[in-house]
Ligand binder design. Structure first.
Ligand code: FES
Length: 573
């Protein structure tokens, strides 16, 4: 130990009294030798492995590799499970449970004799949930992202997981795909362990933690099945032991500068809009003042460098072979706080000074970016007083300034019933408005903002329309989709007042989203508005509805903001 600083675990294992006996004795049934209890840093390996989270199905093996590293460095590894959230399986949406998983992670870390933490993550919410929880405890923490799947393959083409889902309706309708074709695609798009291999939310989250300085350099893009991923896991196990000795807590790394770096990098990679909600929630936990407007102010002038689906052409495996995130960080260095410290004790600038790009079609240069300005645009206007977002890199240029007639769906069920009705009064200039899919209203803010277009317009060749909702969009999806409208419709935001035929104006350049209805008429509608009946009267969902904050604040529960540290003063007897 660098100084005689007492480890947290000492309070459990270092005492020669009754409770020291109890804490050690029961753990000895696992066969640990005596020296494990004599001052070795205890490293909690927080595992989001679950058979119900296929993207994290390989993390049980990874935990063993991390343990090798911890033991190499003289630590005492103890693996523990936390709530795991499988994006493609859980209903109604994993976002409803992100805060529950974060609460689980926080309490387990705090309540146990853990000196440092390794977060094993993968599928979308498993990264922010565990990191949010860890931030509220603020111990030394390192993240090992599980890594993306290998590229999908079908009919000789590269297939992006997630992104293909959004094309199934179109492929069957327009390209005459058969059921057999779809079945083959279903298999070809998930051909190895790992998370979605598009620049969807999982890959975005892996890049987020690397840009925040919470992984060893280069960790994000390594495919799950590449042996280098295991090397990274073992080295992370070694490093966390050192971090405990150096008392390198999360709060020393997660400064305002680190968050700004992450916003810059997210713009450069064309990351998911879900990034905003998760980064806001993480900042809230660690006590960094981050606002929705910061994403626009800091990120929207950053050029798009990474040519990955859903906005681009390639997939994460290609990104890795091209050099991965270190190349992007090096290329963006003039926009970054290069002196921000990272988990290996070096600055982000030092870590990323040498990488070479091996394929400039996958990772472009600043001189020849894929787009001059990427990032996220934060919209304001009477339809979204507290903000809404759009991802310009995934939108259609011609629709970025548009005035159109609202076609309103009160709920997602209403949308499903009516959208393909041939009689529906809708054309390509209409604006699809979807209500009731916000944090409170659904509840849980599902990824339905990028609703499919009506079949009759798809047959006409229409491929994009403006869609507006208080919901989210999958990071694997694209389109001119306005998301995260706050306040949401279920709590009486102006979105709740929109009616069929109202005119809506979107002007992304001016950051404006306007409902062209007079203030008198809006007041009248507001008086007549009846709040929808909320979906829960008990249990976690009731707690969630009572405490969840709106999208502009990151959708965390208000009672979970900030942290309570790592200390537990009272013993169990
Ligand atoms: Fe798990 Fe996409 S479904 S990462």
């Amino acid at each position: 130990m660098s100084s005689e600083r007492k480890l947290k675990s000492h309070d459990w294992f270092g005492k020669n009294d009754k409770m020291g006996f109890v804490h050690r004795s029961w753990l000895r049934n696992q066969g640990y030798p005596d020296d494990y209890f004599k001052g070795r840093p205890v490293i909690g390996i927080c595992n989001t492995w679950s058979e119900l989270t296929p993207c994290n199905g390989h993390l049980r093996d990874f935990a063993e590799v991390v343990k090798r590293g911890v033991i190499d460095a003289g630590g005492f590894p103890l693996e523990f499970p936390v709530t795991s959230l499988g994006e493609t399986i859980m209903r109604p949406t994993t976002m409803l449970f992100r805060n529950l998983a974060a609460m689980d992670t926080e309490e387990i870390i705090r309540a146990n004799p853990i000196d440092g933490v390794v977060l094993l993550t993968g599928c979308d919410k498993t990264t922010p949930s565990t990191l949010m929880g860890a931030c509220s405890v603020d111990l030394p923490t390192i993240v090992v992202p599980g890594g993306p799947m290998l590229n999908g393959r079908f009919k000789g083409e590269c297939l992006g997981s997630g992104s293909f889902n959004w094309m199934v309706k179109e492929k069957m309708l327009v390209e005459n795909y058969t059921e057999a074709d779809i079945l083959e695609a279903e298999i070809g798009v998930a051909r190895s362990a790992g998370h979605c291999m598009t620049m969807g939310t999982a890959s975005t989250m892996a890049c987020m933690v690397e840009a925040l300085g919470l992984t060893l350099p280069g960790a994000a893009a390594i495919p799950a099945v590449d042996s280098r991923k295991k090397v990274m896991a073992q080295l992370s196990g070694r490093r966390i032991v050192e971090m405990v000795k150096e008392d390198m807590k999360l709060s020393k790394i997660l400064t305002r500068q680190a968050f700004e770096n992450s916003i810059v990098v997210n713009a450069g990679i064309g990351g998911s809009t879900n990034f905003i909600l998760h980064l806001l929630a993480i900042a809230g936990r660690i006590g960094v003042d981050l606002k929705l407007e910061d994403f626009d102010d800091i990120g929207s002038k950053i050029p798009l460098l990474v040519n990955l689906k859903p906005s681009g052409k390639y997939l994460m495996e290609d990104f890795f072979y091209a050099g991965g995130l270190p190349v992007v960080i090096k290329e963006l260095k003039k926009f970054l706080h290069n002196e921000a410290i990272t988990v290996n004790g070096k600055t982000i600038g030092e870590n990323n000074s040498l990488p070479v790009c091996y394929n400039q079609d996958v990772i472009a240069t600043l001189d020849k970016p894929l787009q001059e300005h990427a990032g996220i645009a934060v919209l304001k206007g009477n339809l979204c007083e507290k903000g809404a977002v759009i991802k310009p890199s995934a939108a259609t240029k011609q629709l970025m300034k548009h005035r159109g007639r609202a076609v309103v769906f009160e709920t997602i069920e209403d949308y499903h019933v009516r959208i393909d009705n041939e009689e529906l009064d809708i054309d390509e200039n209409s604006v699809i408005v979807l209500k009731g899919v916000g944090p409170v209203g659904y509840p849980g803010m599902p990824e339905v903002g990028n609703v499919d277009l009506p079949e009759k317009l798809l047959r006409k060749g229409v491929r994009d329309m403006i869609r507006i909702s208080d919901g989210r969009m999958s990071g694997t999806a694209a389109g001119t989709v306005v998301l995260h409208v706050a306040p949401e419709s279920a709590i009486g935001g102006t979105l709740a007042l929109v009616k069929d035929g109202d005119m809506i104006e979107l002007d992304v350049e001016k950051r404006r989203l306007h409902l062209d209805v007079s203030e008198d008429e809006l007041q009248k509608r507001r008086k007549e508005w009846v709040a929808p009946k909320l979906m829960a009267t008990r249990g976690y969902v009731k707690i969630y509805i009572d405490h969840v904050q709106q999208a502009n604040l990151g959708v965390d529960l208000d009672v979970l903001n900030s942290g309570s540290g790592s200390e537990v003063t009272r013993d169990l007897h």
